[in-house]
Design a protein around this ligand. Structure first.
Ligand code: SF4
Ligand code: SF4
Length: 405
């Protein structure tokens, strides 16, 4: 499995520098849609393609600044289309239905051109998890991905108090298991993802106390407070892969934010790409049109005054509707301990990501009494507890209606 069909090994491909990767991009585009050199920039009538490849921290890989994710993908067509436009990084997880298996169906000559990051199931990481359990989970993902080595393997969802306290991320078995897997050649790098309330504390600890290679925070124009972690990651040469950069984009009419061919979502991506130390943004790409739209934001960081105005309008429209990743400011206000931030995140999956079934399953799996069934008739002790001014009770009542099977 190490050697691909065209004689290029996964190891040798990933070991190349920028020129090698860009060269590979030329090979990729030649088959289905013409060479990268023939691509015209967005706005001139041609197909968009990746304009910038960034260093992925100490991995040394030159990664497309826009990268592919899609937990609900049914086959490889969208991923191949994205690769054709120069995307060379795919983000997946054991939890994302059959996505690992589908990636494993890519022709080896294509798969070997990708940097593949997967995340192990969040629930396997506890303060008691053993090395053996983590190594077994890595073996399972290797099998599903149909490969003999994962480029980067992540702890899924550190910083989530529902899954455990601070001891969870600090369990020494995590680092020792990843080191063993790396020594055995099963993974090349390791890291952690988070959009939980303790994201800053857990990433801070991991960066200070381990050799973590990658962090994957939920972040976008509406979030605040991650800047010190981003700076620390840069100091430690750990890669930063942003996620949820569009998750604020809930049911919104983008047309009124169109400006010179760019959409509000592209302006949001530009904002994220301008943040310190960001290597790439992992984005859910559900259609060919979305891929073209997102790839069209590649290489952009300078924000024009017009785009700033677009973002200001966007922020004003969402300010009192968007539950921020990494926030838990209201949880203590609910005497029934309703999982407010989780429920509002599931609602985003339902409304913005097109992942209705996934969102409904997550909602149905909440512990008894922790869903929003009681909010409909509650006096609303949570009222006024959101620093961002969300009307929590109404939002939860809406979410309950949408997410209830
Ligand atoms: S409406 Fe009532 S039950 Fe629902 S989150 Fe607020 S305080 Fe808790
Ligand atoms: S509702 Fe407001 S306070 Fe509660 S988690 Fe969301 S953003 Fe934070």
């Amino acid at each position: 499995m190490e050697n691909s069909g065209n004689g290029i090994s996964r190891r040798s491909f990933l070991g190349r520098g920028a020129a090698g990767i860009l060269g590979a991009g030329l090979v990729m585009t030649a088959g289905a849609a013409g060479s990268l050199a023939q691509e015209k920039p967005e706005g001139s009538g041609g197909k968009p393609s990746i304009r910038e490849y960034r260093r992925l921290g100490r991995t040394g890989f030159k990664v497309s600044d826009i990268s592919f994710g899609n937990a609900g993908m049914q086959d490889t067509s969208l991923l191949e289309y994205a690769m054709d436009r120069g995307i060379n990084y795919v983000d997946t997880a054991r939890q994302y239905y059959e996505m690992e298996v589908i990636i494993g169906r890519l022709a080896p000559s294509l798969r070997d051109k990708l940097f593949i990051t997967t995340k192990l199931e969040p629930e396997i990481f506890t303060s008691e998890t053993t090395e053996e359990q983590i190594l077994a989970a890595i073996d399972e993902s290797l099998k599903r991905l149909n490969t003999d080595r994962i480029d980067c393997c992540l702890v899924h969802s550190v910083g989530d108090p529902n899954l455990g306290g601070p001891d969870r991320a600090r369990n020494p078995a995590i680092v020792s298991a990843f080191h063993k897997a790396r020594k055995a050649g099963k993974i090349r790098f390791w890291g952690a993802s988070s959009h939980g309330p303790a994201v800053v504390a857990d990433f801070d600890w991991l960066l200070d106390n381990t050799d973590i290679d990658m962090i994957m925070p939920g972040m976008n124009f509406m979030t605040k407070g991650l800047e010190p972690v981003l700076r620390k990651a840069a100091e430690k040469d750990a890669a930063v892969v942003a996620m949820k950069s569009l998750s604020a984009a809930r049911k919104i009419d983008y047309s009124k934010f169109m400006k010179e061919g760019r959409t509000a979502r592209q302006a949001l991506l530009k904002w994220t790409l301008a943040q310190p130390g960001i290597s790439t943004i992992a984005l859910t790409m559900r259609t060919f049109e979305e891929i073209d739209e997102f790839v069209g934001a590649s290489g952009g960081t300078d924000m024009s005054s017009g785009e700033r105005r677009v973002l200001e309008g966007y922020a004003a429209a969402l300010d009192r509707d968007y539950c921020r990743p990494g926030c838990d400011g209201c949880l203590e206000a609910c005497p029934q301990k309703v999982r407010i931030h989780d429920i509002l995140r599931y609602r985003l999956y339902f409304d913005s990501y097109g992942r209705e079934k996934y969102a409904m399953n997550l909602y149905a799996a909440l512990p008894p009494g922790r869903n929003a069934a009681n909010c409909v008739s509650c006096a609303g002790q949570c009222s006024g507890s959101c620093a961002y001014g969300l009307d929590i009770r109404s939002r939860l009542a809406e979410a309950h209606n949408e997410l209830t099977i």
